[in-house]
Design a protein around this ligand. Structure first.
Ligand code: DGL
Length: 272
């Protein structure tokens, strides 16, 4: 089984792409809706919540957990990889936890011609500088402009992202990135692909806007090719089970609206 973890609904944009490219496996999705959003929370809190999520998904028997959430990838991934995978006392040493920041950074470095890259995300992701670290590791001379866009997640979840007010806010957020003449823009948040057309329109034809859900999915395909020992352990009944820490009906309805996904098997759980 492959586990997909997100603070709430956003990871469905990643799951949708992953299941499109790799439909043969079994998936378990966990959305921590009761405690979402994570975007403005402290590192300590995001680490604690993410650890509880990983524990839950490993207990369910997943061999591989993907942190679809950029905020969790930025603030908690490294620590939890250390704790679960590299600690000799851990009972989950043979499992894997993958994040979304590294693959998207790799793609951006491959795409940019000018070396000027923009990153947008939640406040937690941007303040962590996780993208800056990855991008600089990959190409030290890259120039990075970042912008936190904290109003976008609530607007998208309220279905307000198609309204002129949302586009006006987006234009304001993107102004500094436009003036830096970036040629590549990373959408470093699970929700932003829902506004990708607006990002493209505002940035103009010379800026490539990277769809993070697609990139995360492509990178998983590549990872499984490079790690047949893990791929062999994955069960393949084509099942999809969804867990949420909030209301199950609301989750199913949102999955349809938000990611055009049919979430038939949704269960409410408590994790702590
Ligand atoms: N899933 C989060 C991310 O990608 C966005 C929503 C939240 O703030 O929890 O950063």
């Amino acid at each position: 089984m492959i586990g997909i973890f997100d603070s709430g609904y956003g990871g469905l944009t990643v799951m949708k792409e992953v299941t499109r490219l790799l439909p043969e496996y079994d998936y378990v999705y966990l959305g921590d809706n009761a405690r979402a959003p994570y975007g403005n929370r402290s590192k300590e809190t995001v680490v604690k919540f993410s650890e509880e999520a990983v524990n839950f998904l490993f207990e369910k028997g997943t061999r591989l957990v993907i942190f679809a959430c950029f905020t969790a990838s930025a603030l908690a991934l490294r620590e939890l990889q250390e704790k679960y995978l590299r600690n000799p006392q851990s009972k989950y040493k043979d499992r894997k936890i993958l994040g979304v920041i590294r693959p998207v950074a790799e793609k951006a470095v491959g795409e940019t011609k000018s070396g000027r890259i923009g990153v947008v995300g939640t406040r937690g992701t941007i303040n962590s500088k996780a993208f800056n670290v990855e991008l600089k590791n990959l190409r030290p001379k890259v120039s990075i402009s970042s912008q936190a866009c904290p109003l976008l997640v609530p607007l998208i979840e309220e279905h307000w992202h198609t309204k002129p007010e949302a586009k006006m806010i987006l234009r304001k957020y993107l102004r500094p990135l436009k003036s830096h003449n970036i040629d590549t823009l990373i959408l470093g948040c699970t929700h932003y692909p829902l506004m990708i057309a607006d990002f493209k329109k505002i940035m103009g034809g010379r800026t490539k806007v990277l769809n993070s859900g697609e990139i995360a999915a492509e990178s998983l395909v590549d990872y499984l090719k490079r790690h047949p020992e893990i791929e062999k352990q994955l069960t393949r009944e084509k099942t999809g089970k969804f867990f949420t820490t909030d209301n199950a009906e609301k989750f199913a309805a949102f999955a349809k609206d938000f990611a055009d996904m049919r979430a038939e098997d949704v269960e409410t759980i408590g994790i702590s």
